[in-house]
Design a protein around this ligand. Structure first.
Ligand SMILES: Cc1ncc(COP(=O)(O)O)c(C=O)c1O
Length: 387
């Protein structure tokens, strides 16, 4: 009866919502499903943060519209975090804008800079929201393949010049979902100089910046000279503090770009609940032992999964960051996923769902406990042995 807009019609089905639907259907059928599907932390938000929220929410002054770029105490805490861990200086008044989760910022940003017919450069396989935001703004995504032989970095030299002439934004995401790759300093320098020369904005998605192993902290995009002239970093508390449900993140970097996001948000959503921002201050300014602990839990899970898959004969690349494992399966990723699901009740995400270059891979999210990971390995062993 009602006609969906042309832009909405162009959107692909939202991959993770589809996976979640499938999982719920199987559970409703009484199946014991082990899900490595959606990257949603299974551990609770640390108590110190929940307590800060509990206290904050009792104060009626936080019950009103938040407006603006966000609370200054939270933005100061963000600036301190960048100074302390990445040696990056940010002016909290002009260069930081609080978001309702990084997804919100990623989805809305193109409205500020993309005109109908403009192009954005989107990594594939990749987080679907880069192309979704582009399409909703009337733009056209141009996909940059991330290939293993290039360490899952885009080959900038392969982008045709007629595409570059129309490109407004380049999205980059490291540590990367789904490949778990990190970007090295040389690549970041190259991307910044490449985009700066052409007036292309870099939107650098750092949602997984704090999820690294063996103490190897990834390089911050904003720590590279020239980064602030050409782009913004979008970050989030979701994965670092197990807060996906709280909806809080931020955009920071270039003043003009940050200011455009703030204007856009004033017109769309009025900002993030202030009590959540106060809890955000506790996240970044309080003791960080819980983050250390979380990293070591993911590292243990990673090691169990890596060893298990290696024992089953898979060629496994050990992830150094994120809570994902990107596995070459040597066949088409949908049939692999379908078989695991139907015959072993295990959910993994087919790589091709993240883009055509994800064909032949599947993604495991390490957001389930060690016992379930071990059980999944045993079920896969039975399946492989023809059981
Ligand atoms: C690469 C990437 N960016 C951003 C997000 C969104 O995170 P949030 O909106 O919870 O901050 C996700 C979530 O899975 C992600 O994988």
């Amino acid at each position: 009866m009602f006609q969906i807009s042309e832009k909405m019609q162009k959107l692909p089905p939202y991959l993770f919502a589809e996976i979640d639907k499938k999982k719920k259907q199987l559970i409703a059928q009484g199946r014991q499903v082990i899900s490595f599907g959606v990257g949603d932390p299974d551990m609770p938000t640390p108590e110190r943060i929940v307590e800060a929220m509990r206290k904050a929410v009792k104060d009626p002054s936080v019950h009103r519209y938040p407006f603006g770029k966000g609370r200054s105490d939270f933005r100061k805490a963000i600036a301190d975090y960048y100074r302390k861990y990445s040696d990056v200086d940010l002016d909290y008044e002009k260069e930081i804008c609080v978001l309702i989760g990084s997804k919100e910022g990623i989805a809305h940003f193109p409205f500020a800079f993309v005109n109908p017919g403009d192009i954005t450069l989107v990594p594939e396989p990749g987080y679907p929201v880069y192309q979704i935001g582009t399409i909703l703004a009337g733009g056209i995504p141009y996909f940059m393949p991330l290939k293993e032989e290039n360490n899952f970095l885009p080959d900038l030299g392969k982008i045709p010049s007629e595409i570059l002439d129309r490109a407004k934004i380049m999205y980059l995401n490291y540590p990367n979902n789904p490949t778990a790759a990190c970007a090295d300093i040389d690549f970041l320098k190259e991307a910044i100089s490449f985009c700066r020369k052409r007036g292309i904005i870099i939107v650098y998605d750092a949602a997984y910046h704090e999820l690294y192993f063996e103490g190897k902290r990834p390089t911050s995009f904003l720590s590279i000279p020239g980064a602030k002239d050409t782009g913004i970093e979008i970050h989030s508390l979701s994965k670092t503090y197990n807060m996906t449900g709280w909806r809080i993140g931020w955009a920071c970097g270039n003043e003009e770009l940050v200011s455009a996001i703030a204007t856009l948000k004033e017109n769309i959503d009025s900002g993030t609940f202030e009590a959540i921002q106060i809890a955000g201050v506790e996240c970044l300014s309080g003791p960080q032992e819980d983050v250390e602990q979380m990293r070591s839990i993911y590292q243990k899970r990673r090691d169990i999964l890596v060893d298990g898959l290696k024992n089953l004969g898979f060629n496994v690349k050990i992830p150094q960051s994120t809570f994902y494992l990107w596995l070459v399966v040597g066949c088409d990723s949908f049939s692999f996923t379908e078989k695991l699901l139907m015959k072993a009740n295990i959910i993994v995400t087919p790589g091709v769902g993240f883009g055509p270059s994800g064909e032949g891979y599947v993604r495991f999210a390490l957001t389930i406990d060690e016992a379930k990971i071990k059980l999944a390995i045993e079920k896969m062993r039975t399946l492989i042995n023809g059981g």
